[in-house]
Design a protein around this ligand. Sequence first.
Ligand SMILES: [Zn+2]
Length: 396
Amino acid sequence: MNSGFNLNDVKVKNRALILRLVATKYPVSRVELARKTGLTKTTSSKIVADLINEGFICERQAPMPKFSGAGRKPIVLDIADNAPSVCGMLVKRGFCIVIQSDLKGNIMAESRFDYSSISAEKLVSNLIQHYRKLQAASCSKMIAVGIASLGPVDIVAQTIANPPNFYGIENLPLSQLIHEQTGLPCYLMNDAKAGALAEKIYGNGRDMENFLYLHIEGGIGSGYVLHNQVFHGDLGQSGELGHTSIDFWGKKCTCGNVGCLELYSNIDMMNRKMRSFSKENEPHCDYLWEDILNMADNGSTVAIAALDEFCQYLSYGLVNAVTLMDIHHVIVGYECRTDSHTLERLLSQKLNDRLAAAGRGKIHVKRSFFGSSAPLMGSAAAVIDKLFNGELMVQI
Ligand SMILES: [Zn+2]
């Protein structure tokens, strides 16, 4: 295998690094850029000039208060207004969201469609239609498409493999089909790992070298970031935490395994727990996830008991996941309307209670910067990451 670097590779990597720093470390001056990259001022200035000419970046007066003091405010670099942007497509069971994102991780526009059944052809044509709608309404040209999809996804073949209950859609080469109709570079990855990527580039994982992103939405997905990179595994199917067994003699799961975590940490089990507190013949309606979280955050002992049991099961899977990789940070994304962090508190307590005896360091559990939307931001991040590491070279 050829793993050497020629001069052009180095130029591409340096250009990508400068674009990444300007997009994620605002405000950054030319001097800071040279210092952070270790490049000479001449090399750094040449790349900056190219990126300005191509409309990616611009010079601005520094904002306050970083450069406070008398005199003129220094000039810093920023992503230009109307700079090239990217398209992100989130594909889920029942709905899709198409977004336009700038390179700083801001969603500029979004468009959603829902369905109760859909064919592969209709799925693709709807995604294209929503992409075109966003592009027509924008002054910024979208230069690449990232797709975050429900799993399993094969990142080598760039296909959505065979998700259960996905209307019979299997082995769909979505990346290729979107590329054929847009003419743009396109990259597909699993939604939970896309969430991990969004946290790493723009979210709460920016300063963490290693962490596990945990996504709770119907099922339980996760994505490892190891040494600052999302770990995909051979096919992009790492981190299937919901389908790791926590009960050797448990029920059979649709994935073929037995006693999978998702069979125990789920909304039906939470409602069952809440019903167990009801008196006989007392009416009980099933609650949604957000309702139970809300009630728990507002001190409902019944809801706290249900969430506590959910976290108890989840901790069995998580202890294995963090122990195997020596991870000390867990970022958790889920739908919630309050800031009480009951779930993080319960989960942290259960993880640390069990791991302390083994002399392991403390595990820190933190809510996602994006709430429940890390995979949505991750759809754009899937391809922005390629731009920022030099794998995708786009010149205007
Ligand atoms: Zn399973």
